[in-house]
Every structure is written in C-alpha cells, then in structure tokens.
Design a protein around this ligand. Structure first.
Ligand SMILES: NC(=O)C1=CN([C@@H]2O[C@H](COP(=O)(O)OP(=O)(O)OC[C@H]3O[C@@H](n4cnc5c(N)ncnc54)[C@H](OP(=O)(O)O)[C@@H]3O)[C@@H](O)[C@H]2O)C=CC1
Ligand SMILES: O=C(O)C1=NCCCC1
Length: 335
C-alpha cells in the first residue's frame, strides 16, 4: 500500500485531471469529492475514480470545461444544466438558490441535467444537512442491475441518500446504492483478483455468480432487499430520469456507446427546512429526534455514516492508503 497525506492525494488527483485536459474548476471540484471519498474510507468512490474521469474524457463522453447554467425554473424548483460536464460544479452552482428557495418555501428541489455523474451522494447531502436542512438525493447510473424476479439489467445502481441535521454533531446521513452493493466495489474486487460474496450478482442465465468478471461483463447485479430494492431502484429511475427530463440508466448506457464512460444523466435533490415546518418549535422537535438516534446507539447498533466519520478523523491525522497498483495506474496518467 502507498500512504498519502490528504493534500498529496488532492494534488495527485488534480494534476492528473489538469494534465489530461480538464479545466481548473472541474479538476478542483472533482478532486474535492474524490479525496473526500478516499478520506472517509469509501474507496469505491475515491482515487480509483480518477481513472474513470480520464477514460470518460478520452471516450469523448464528458465536456472538460463545461460551464453549468442555473435556471430559476419555478417557485420551488432550481434547474442546473451541467452542459455535459461532471456533476460537482453543477451542484455547487445550484446550491445557493436551492438553499434560498428551501428557506422561503419550506421545501425545494434541485434538478441537475445533462451531467456526467460518478460521485457518492453523501458529499452533497452532508452540505445541506450541515446547513440545517433535511435532504434527499437520487441519481440513476448505467443499466447494470436486474429487477427482482428477472436477470436482465434494467436499473442503474441508483443510490438514495438522506441527511438530517443534528445540533453540535455530524448530521445523520445514509447513502446507499439500491443494488446489493455499489458497482465500484465489485470493480475493486476485480482489480484485487478477489471473488465477490453471493447475492451481489448473477451470470447471463440468472445463476448466482461470485466472479466479478462474469457479473460485470456478462451477467447482472442484483438489487438489495429483493422486490423492495427493485421498487426503490425503479423510483429513482423515474424521479431522477423522466420527471426531470433526463435519461434513464438504459438510455445512459446507450449513450456511452460501448465505451467505459461514466454515466450521463440527471440528479434530483430535495431539501426541507424544519424551521418552515415548525417555526419556533423547530429546536424542540429536532431535540426530540435525538431520542431515535439514542435508542439505536443505546443497544450497541451504529448509525449510518459513523464508520465514515471515524475514517475521516483518522485520515485527517494519518492520511490515506491506496493499493500500489492503483498508485501505479494513476501515475501513468501523468506521462
Ligand atoms: N453516483 C452514482 O451513480 C452512484 C454512487 N454510489 C455511491 O456508492 C456509495 C456506496 O454505496 P453502497 O455500496 O450501497 O454503500 P454501503 O452498503 O457500503 O453503505 C450504505 C450506507 O449504509 C451505512 N451502513 C453500512 N453498514 C452499516 C451498519 N452495519 N449499520 C448502520 N449503517 C451501516 C453506510 O454508512 P458508513 O459509510 O458509515 O459505513 C452507508 O451510509 C454511496 O456513497 C453511493 O452514493 C452508488 C451507486 C451509484
Ligand atoms: O459504484 C457505482 O455503482 C457507481 N458509481 C459511480 C457511477 C456509476 C455507478
């Protein structure tokens, strides 16, 4: 393993993106989320993703200097046209108006369109929850996941993230793929030459497979929780696809046209302001919510994101470790 400080990790990511043709704003915004992923122990959305950014660019499937355009779509809706660039700058561009509309109306949505998307959603949800808002985010990906009862890919890995603000501590955040596991994790198993657990995927005949090559290249991934995860995956396709006038996971995969490019589609975020729901009673009710978290932790269970926040605290002191092979592949992109 190779150990890097967070600042070394950021310079490595940023210099690769710049060297390969991304403009400075995208290189920085993308490196911020990639290094946040590595820092928080989310290797599937950490430095490994730099490889996909560069291959998406080489395939002509991402605009390296896209300028997001913010549209004031409706009293409670902000739309950002990412112009074929990565989603991070588009989110940053839409965030102030989303927050302002949420404060005015109590609830508002941000629809990001025409973005290339590869990042973990907690990065965005945490910012909204840190600002005192309850937040949800959804995005499709490429059609890699079979519906419950079938074996042909229809859905993306379609993550759902939720954030809840907490006074004086990190927000409560969960963020999971509606597939049994993120595709990035299966890709990391393949890179490490490791089998995957049963339940993550099937072969082309619908038979269980623990071979990442079979699941990734010929078979299908599975949803989590059978028909329940399948229905949630369909919901994400609908509300972060046709509802916002953007591509489904099947359409995104067709757009990639056989390349290994990251998915191209939209993202939907919804924010709610407890102060508009509750007025002066907001603090009292948010304090009551703490009993829910206490009763989870009080019996030895952990909150989602607790592992991530602990990894963050460690990485800030110790830096991060990445596999030697990944470091080698990243350095090769500087040649
Ligand atoms: N942009 C895109 O198109 C896509 C992005 N992704 C991203 O991939 C990432 C990983 O997804 P996935 O593989 O499903 O994630 P995981 O299954 O690793 O984790 C999902 C969530 O469950 C929490 N969790 C895990 N174990 C426990 C436990 N024992 N008790 C309580 N909570 C727990 C995690 O918290 P903790 O982190 O603290 O362990 C996390 O919030 C996500 O960040 C997602 O946004 C996924 C699909 C597509
Ligand atoms: O890990 C995943 O699943 C994905 N991550 C980024 C975009 C494609 C799907």
């Amino acid at each position: 393993m190779i150990r890097l400080t967070l600042s070394e990790a950021h310079s490595l990511a940023c210099s690769i993106l710049l060297h390969n043709g991304f403009c400075a704003d995208h290189a920085k915004a993308v490196s911020d989320t990639i290094v946040a992923g590595e820092r928080d122990g989310c290797a599937s959305h950490g430095l490994y993703r730099v490889l996909g950014c560069v291959s998406s660019l080489k395939a002509g499937k991402v605009v390296a200097d896209a300028r997001p355009e913010v549209v004031d779509q409706a009293p409670s809706i902000v739309r950002v046209d990412a112009g074929g660039g990565f989603s991070q700058l588009a989110f940053q561009a839409g965030l102030p108006l989303l927050q302002a509309k949420t404060h005015s109306n109590g609830i508002a949505a941000l629809a990001i369109n025409r973005c290339v998307h590869f990042s973990a959603l907690w990065v965005e949800i945490e910012q909204l929850a840190e600002a005192g808002l309850v937040a949800l985010a959804f995005t499709p990906s490429h059609a890699w996941v079979a519906p419950a009862g079938g074996h042909r890919p229809v859905f993306g890995t379609n993550p759902i993230a939720f954030g809840w603000p907490r006074a004086g501590q990190h927000p409560y955040v969960f963020d999971f793929a509606t597939s049994a596991i993120a595709r990035g994790d299966i890709e990391l198993h393949r890179r490490a030459g490791k089998a995957i657990p049963e339940g993550w995927g099937v072969d082309e005949h619908g038979q269980p497979s623990t071979d990442p090559n079979v699941v990734l290249d010929r078979g299908a991934m599975l949803t989590f929780g059978g028909h329940k995860g399948s229905a949630l995956a369909a919901m994400v396709e609908l509300i972060a696809g046709p509802l916002i006038g953007d591509l489904t996971s099947a359409e995104s995969l067709a757009h990639a046209d056989g390349s290994k490019a990251s998915p191209y589609h939209g993202e939907l975020l919804i924010a709610l302001d407890p102060r508009r729901f509750l007025g002066d009673a907001a603090d009292q009710h948010l304090a009551r919510a703490e009993a829910v978290f206490e009763s989870i932790e009080g019996q030895g269970a952990r909150l989602p994101s607790a592992r991530r926040y602990a990894a963050r605290a460690r990485s800030l002191v110790e830096g991060v470790e990445i596999p030697q092979a990944l470091y080698h592949d990243l350095r090769a992109l500087l040649a």
